[in-house]
Each structure stands twice: as C-alpha cells, then as structure tokens.
Design a protein around this ligand. Sequence first.
Ligand code: PLP
Length: 359
Amino acid sequence: MPRPYNFSAGPAMLPEAVLEQAKAEMLDWRGSGMSVMEMSHRGKEFVLIAEQAEADLRELLNVPTNYKTLFLQGGASSQFAMVPMNLLRGKSKADYFNTGQWSKKAIAEAKKFCQVNVAASSESVNFTTVPARNSWNCDPDAAYLHYTPNETINGVEMHTIPEASVPLAADFSSTLLSRPIDVSKFGVIYAGAQKNIGPAGLTIVIVREDLMGQTVAGTPTMLDYAAMAKDGSMYNTPPTYAWYIAGLVFQWLKAQGGLAAMGERNQAKAALLYKAIDESGFYKNPVDPAYRSWMNVPFTLPDEALDKPFLAEAKAAGLLTLSGHRSVGGMRASIYNAMPTEGVQALVDFMADFQKRRG
Ligand SMILES: *Cc1c(COP(=O)(O)O)cnc(C)c1O
C-alpha cells in the first residue's frame, strides 16, 4: 500500500526518502551506537550533523557570507517578538504589510515594542490580494519593513520581493526553500520548520550580521540573535533531532536538483491545481491570480453541505487533511516541496470525480 497523500498545512508531509533514512538510522546513527536523539549536542557526531546541515542550507539558498544562519526554537511566533527586539536598533517605528492572518499576528506582537505603521493592508478585501505598489505608504524612518511572503491561511503569496529603503524582515515559514530567493535583499528571514523544512520545534533564521547586537534593553539572551550566532545556535541545547531531519531534507533537496528545480516543480503543481479549480465551474479559489500561493491552495465547494462528504471521500481515496483553516472554511490543499506531482494529480482527479457524482 502506498502512503496516502497528506495535504496538511503544518506540521506537513516530509519526503518519504527522508523518513526511510531516519528509520534506518534510528537506533544506531552510522555506527555511533546512538540514536541522534541520544547524542550530546557538543559531541563530535552531532557537531558533524549540525555543520553539514548548515552548510547545505547555505548552499541551497546561496546565503552570502555576511549573513548568519541560526537553528533556533520557539517557532515563527517567537520571531514576531525577536524581530522588533533585535532590529529596532534604537528606532521607535517599524513598517508592516498586513496581507493575512499571520501578518496580523506579527503586527499585534510588534506593537508591544514599537509604533507600527501599516504601510499596506488588504484586510478590507478579506486578504485576497496584495495592495498595489503605488498605494504603499512606507515610512523612511522605520527601522525595518516586515512582510509575509506567503500567507499560509489565506493562500496569498507575493512572487516578487518588495523594494524598500529600510531592511526587510520576512516571515518565510511556509515558502522557504520552495524556490530560489535573493537572500541579499533581506535583513532577516525566518521560518518555522514544520511547513516546508522539517519537524516542528526548529526555527530557521537568516540574519545580516550588521543588524545584530543592538537589542532593546532587557532582551533575554535566548532572544538575542547575536548571542545565538556567537555560540553557533548552541548557547543552550538546540532542537537536535529536528535539526538532523532538516539536514536530511536539505540533502534530499540537493538530490532533486536544488531550489531552481523545486521552483519549477512547485509552480507546475500549483498551476495544475488552480487550472482544475478555475475550469470546473464548481470549485472556487478567491485569490487574485497574480498573488496565488504555490504552497497553500484554499478552495470552496458550491454548497457547504458538500464539505463533509468531500472530506470523507477524499480520505477514503488516500487524500488527507484537506479541511480549510477554521477562519476561512472550505478546503485547503497545502502542496509543499514534499508533495509529489502525482499527489496533486490524484487530488485533481478526485475533485473531477466528486463533481461528476455530486455536481
Ligand atoms: C505556521 C506559521 C506561523 C506560526 O508558526 P509557529 O512555528 O507555529 O509559531 C507563522 N507564520 C506563518 C506564515 C506560518 O505559516
């Protein structure tokens, strides 16, 4: 029996090859006599695992040498506070784009530390698009501009990097590693691992060195990028097993041809699903086509009464976790790196069949 396809938004599907390797190495990592979970984070075995993962991440994203790559805990939600604590650098204001549920949360947290200028918002149109460039109202005195490249819940993705005169801070939780990006355009990039990188418990942060070391007074050591960087993300015990699995995912991505190849594959997967939705006359996606996410595809059926049978029949067909976010309703298919094209094709085929029977 093949494993079902899991469309969960996060924690999400991992590549099967990675799970198989983790299984093979579970009791004895490469003759060490230990599971990775049982190793000292300062022992030579784990240091090797950690260094390889970091080198592979930097290689995949082509991270410039003046950036640190950190492997932290606390999730993307902790970054909502760490970004202002580290990046305000004596300033009192920051710009934020409000393009979805995760932007809103980042803004609410930043308000504890500074004056937030919402430079662009799509809230009045239910977060179904991104405001046009000529309507942005950025503050030249802002310490940084924060935005969310991919809004996981709303299915809205900005496919280009906004131009800004201040450092960019970006919540890449659900899209990091889905395609190449120009890291040099950012002050800080962060991502909870459980969407597109690895297991929950690991948070990736990529931060430009000159922005570190000027935290707001009272910042705890654990929330200080400079302190974490100084100790190679090992000021305390890092999330070792999640770090190891992420490392296996990085190796898998390299074997797939790297991020350019993943980007092509992800764009094609998304196009396949949106085309099926748009041409059905039955399923609907509300997002402005210019900003549709390659990673998270929300869609509705013509009658809510069909939601339950759709989910039950999808599950029986080996298509799991398609229920939409509680705030949006309907369905959501998350099709991260680990979702093969065959999985999207299976979903598209199921949707057509369901429509034929129920439409
Ligand atoms: C899931 C998600 C978060 C929250 O991540 P945690 O690791 O659970 O804190 C924040 N931002 C985005 C864009 C997300 O997708």
